[in-house]
Design a protein around this ligand. Structure first.
Ligand SMILES: Cc1cc2nc3c(=O)[nH]c(=O)nc-3n(C[C@H](O)[C@H](O)[C@H](O)COP(=O)(O)OP(=O)(O)OC[C@H]3O[C@@H](n4cnc5c(N)ncnc54)[C@H](O)[C@@H]3O)c2cc1C
Length: 313
């Protein structure tokens, strides 16, 4: 059936929670995801700040949320939404590669995507030593040397995870501190097989069929620049994230300077009948608990909107 009450774009924690709430209100709900669902959460190796679980892998929490959500909403896996159009009667047309749907309300929960560095070798060696997901690909580097590029929460988490698998984990931090939770940064500093380069910039990834070396420039305290050719088999890029909002620009959604969707306290966007939740919005804290909370509000508000919409028609 291609006519739905609520279309949710993205099956991460925000979209799945919205699906549970809207679905339990007896609406016909479809959730679209580029992959199999779970979102960024599924790539976290250990989650220790989501209430109810002292420690749980991101994959397991994702599976639990997906199974719970499937009771109330239909999840369309590997179905990327390419476009939304707003029809005259205010129905929303959802276009994916192979299908078209109409929905009374839409919840955007597309999260963030990893930033590319756009350096030589990054594209060429993608999947052949270059990765943006340590928990997905880390196992391929058991006993090998790897480089993590970044200074934020993801870089810290990736380096910690990889330090249990790899022989040596180098980190190229392009500043002089790490950001993220202090407890993780302390753990990073206590690991013997992690070697950190501060004020370090990845310039090139080299190899033949697979990655063999990473060229980094390190700015020393005396302003001298040192060039290092590190012997590595893997390069994990964790250079920040940007909001997945490109496809929504054409419909005139209000975005902030970081391209996150601006929402009010009821997760409403500037377009009637379009809500947004989770990391893709202008929420200050990008965490699962926040994504879940905003997803619950979006699901309930979409329900109210659909009921009002049906009365008017
Ligand atoms: C390495 C790492 C560790 C983390 N650790 C923690 C932690 O310990 N605790 C914590 O609370 N948070 C942690 N986070 C953050 C947490 O994962 C995010 O805050 C959370 O996943 C955001 O949920 P979301 O639903 O908004 O977006 P996401 O989880 O990013 O989900 C968005 C979904 O939308 C899909 N999508 C995007 N565009 C489209 C499209 N056009 N069509 C269809 N589908 C689309 C994507 O495939 C994805 O599945 C971590 C993140 C990372 C990267």
């Amino acid at each position: 059936m291609n006519e739905i009450d609520v279309a949710i774009i993205g099956a991460g924690p925000a979209g799945l929670t919205a699906g549970i709430y809207a679905g339990r209100s007896k609406l016909n709900v479809k959730i679209f995801d580029t992959g199999v669902g779970g979102g960024m959460m599924a790539t976290a190796h250990a989650i220790e700040n989501y209430p109810g679980f002292e420690s749980i892998s991101g994959m397991e929490l994702a599976e639990r949320m997906l199974n719970q959500c499937k009771k109330y909403a239909e999840i369309e896996e590997i179905e990327t939404v390419e476009r939304i159009e707003i029809e005259r009667n205010n129905l929303k047309k959802i276009k994916t590669e192979n299908n078209e749907y109409t929905a009374k309300a839409v919840i955007i929960a597309t999260g963030l995507t990893h930033k590319k560095l756009n350096i030589k070798g990054e594209k060429e060696f993608l999947g052949r030593g270059v990765s943006y997901c340590a928990t997905c690909d880390g196992m391929f580097f058991k006993g090998k040397n790897v480089l993590v590029v970044g200074k934020g929460r993801t870089a810290v988490s990736d380096a910690l995870y990889l330090s249990d698998l790899a022989s040596v984990v180098y980190i190229a931090n392009n500043g002089d501190v790490f950001t993220g939770e202090q407890i993780d940064i302390d753990a990073l500093n206590s690991k013997k097989n992690i070697k950190i380069f501060y004020n370090a910039y990845l310039r090139e990834i080299k190899g033949e069929k697979l990655v063999k070396k990473a060229l980094i420039n390190v700015n020393e305290k005396d302003n001298m620049e040192r060039e290092l050719d590190l012997d590595v088999d893997g390069v994990f890029i964790a250079a920040g994230e940007i909001a997945n909002t490109e496809i929504f620009k054409v419909i005139g959604l209000n975005l902030n300077e970081k391209e996150n969707i601006i929402v009010d306290s009821l997760q409403r966007t500037n377009i009637d009948g379009i809500f947004a939740a989770g990391d893709v919005t202008n929420s200050i804290v990008k965490q699962i608990s926040v994504a879940v909370g905003s997803g619950a509000i979006a699901g309930l508000e979409a329900y109210k909107y659909v009921k009002k919409f049906e009365k008017v028609k």
